[in-house]
Design a protein around this ligand. Structure first.
Ligand SMILES: Cc1ncc(COP(=O)(O)O)c(C=O)c1O
Length: 474
């Protein structure tokens, strides 16, 4: 055995990396990153919120041993003078979350800070009112954490899960790393077809396909990528077919409150799966990422208590509990807006209006500049994305190139026009085998309106129109 450490030994880290880590697939949207720094580029590619939409733009942190407070700037708050006046401190009431750093900065129990869990439980009751006894709420570090914990609780390697035909890449990646096979279920303009779930399960062959799926995971509101909000009638039909096959429904719903509500708070949101759940077969996953900010890393999960408890056991050995800094800051925001009433009647409509305006602006620019002979678009339900269908069968290269090649070529032409878009191939889950003609009807661009300015939305759509016309030879 050598007695002294002298020369470094070269290590092959591949020997140390587990199959599960090697199995991780990266989100294909990350391939768009290099284009973001191109001079003059406009991006409709990612789905980031603009910092002007966040409800906090500065904070100070009191640091006693250092004898000073430290100012942390945010969007449009360059100096401590820009801090808003301190509100009088009212002791927390029953309707308020009651943040206190003495508890928030301590190890918390796995369900999260009791005051926030109780506020969120009341929130869930007011908004969704689950129609069965024995549901409960726990906090998570956001929906990525929540959905991952559900997957690890109910699925094992070799299992199958049903997802939307065009699914959120973060979900596909989480399933893949857990060794679970995703099967995409065909959709129409109202989301996944209940009849297609039924057909997929009726034709399931355990011999060749493995165990029959026992969960269906979807993004029911302003979906990522399709922007679709599943209407109530379709939710009821999907719920019925999931009952028939004893399937759990996981509703990953971070865009719930970004849905367009033209009449403001007076118009209720589309009822959630949780609100229809008489059996206790829905696990609902919510997040503050889209209604406060993605860096919050705070969310909540609602479902049958027994399942929620089991899901939390998974988290106890990973994220343990959400960050206490985040719990304190977000509870403070909820207090500032005036508890449940203020949150529901003022804050949420304020946020959904921001996204509704952006969404409708982009649709109006489509109407102004895009030729309907080569593409079609929905009226938009809010959220962050619009799903533009490309009429590929009319593309000049349709008979000579594969659909993926044509889609790539369109992406590159749009990059030449200095516009980033996301191709639907990034989101396609494996599933039904379509003929080329059928598949050609299912080629889209996901266009995000959440980050660009109004001017960039208009300019970006002009570039989109120019690039598409060039591609179709118009
Ligand atoms: C459908 C969907 N689920 C989950 C997430 C991630 O949410 P969180 O920031 O709460 O982890 C996103 C964000 O892009 C999303 O679009």
């Amino acid at each position: 055995m050598p007695s002294a450490i002298s020369e470094p030994v070269e290590i092959d880290y591949n020997e140390f990396i587990s199959p599960a880590a090697k199995n991780r697939v990266r989100n294909p949207l990350k391939t768009l990153r290099p284009y973001v720094s191109l001079p003059g580029i406009i991006s409709f590619g990612g789905g980031m919120p603009h910092p002007s939409t966040w409800p906090v733009n500065a904070m100070t942190v009191s640091v006693p041993f250092a004898g000073q407070s430290v100012f942390v700037p945010g969007y449009n708050s360059p100096t401590p003078d820009s801090l808003l006046p301190l509100a009088p401190y009212n002791p927390p009431s029953k309707t308020d979350p009651a943040p206190n750093l003495v508890s928030e900065l301590q190890y918390a129990n796995m369900h999260g800070a009791p005051h926030l869990v109780s506020w969120l439980t009341e929130h869930v009751k007011r908004i969704h009112n689950p129609p069965y006894a024995g549901w409960s709420v726990s906090t998570t570090a956001g929906n990525t954490d929540g959905v991952d914990a559900v997957i690890r609780t109910v699925l094992k390697a070799g299992d199958n899960a049903l997802v939307e035909e065009f699914a959120y890449p973060g979900l596909l990646s989480a399933l893949h790393s857990a060794g679970v096979k995703a099967t995409g279920v065909p959709m129409d303009g109202d989301g996944v077809l209940d009849s297609a779930i039924d057909e997929t399960l009726a034709n399931w062959n355990e011999g060749t396909q493995g165990p029959r799926p026992k969960v269906f995971i979807l993004v029911p509101t302003c979906s990522n990528p399709s922007g679709i909000t599943v209407p109530e009638y379709r939710k009821k039909d999907i719920y019925a077919v999931c009952r028939k096959w004893n399937i759990l429904i996981v509703e990953d719903d971070p865009y719930c409150f970004l849905q367009i509500r033209p009449e403001g708070a007076a118009k209720p949101i589309v009822p959630s799966f949780l609100s229809l759940d008489i059996d206790g077969r829905v696990v609902r996953v919510d997040s503050f990422s889209k209604i406060v900010s993605p860096g919050s890393r705070l969310g909540w999960i609602t479902g049958p208590s027994q399942l929620v408890q089991q899901i939390m056991f998974i988290r106890e050995g990973s994220t343990q509990c959400p960050s206490g800094w985040s719990v304190a800051a977000i509870s403070a925001v909820l207090r500032a807006w005036g508890g449940h009433e203020g949150f529901e009647q003022k804050y949420l409509p304020h946020i959904s209006d921001i996204y509704a305006k952006r969404c409708l602006l982009m649709v109006s620019q489509f109407e102004k500049y895009l030729p309907t002979s080569i593409c079609e678009w929905p009226s938009g339900s809010g959220g962050m994305f619009l799903w533009l269908r490309l009429k590929i069968r009319k593309h000049p290269n349709y008979s000579t190139k594969s659909l993926e090649e044509i889609s790539d070529q369109i992406f590159k032409t749009l990059i030449e026009e200095k516009l980033i878009t996301a191709q639907s191939f990034f989101f396609k889950a494996p599933g039904k085998e379509w003929s080329k003609e059928e598949e050609a009807e299912r080629v889209f661009l996901r266009l995000s309106f959440s980050y660009p300015s109004e001017e960039d939305i208009e300019e970006g759509v002009k570039r989109l129109a120019k690039g598409l016309k060039k591609e179709w030879g118009l």
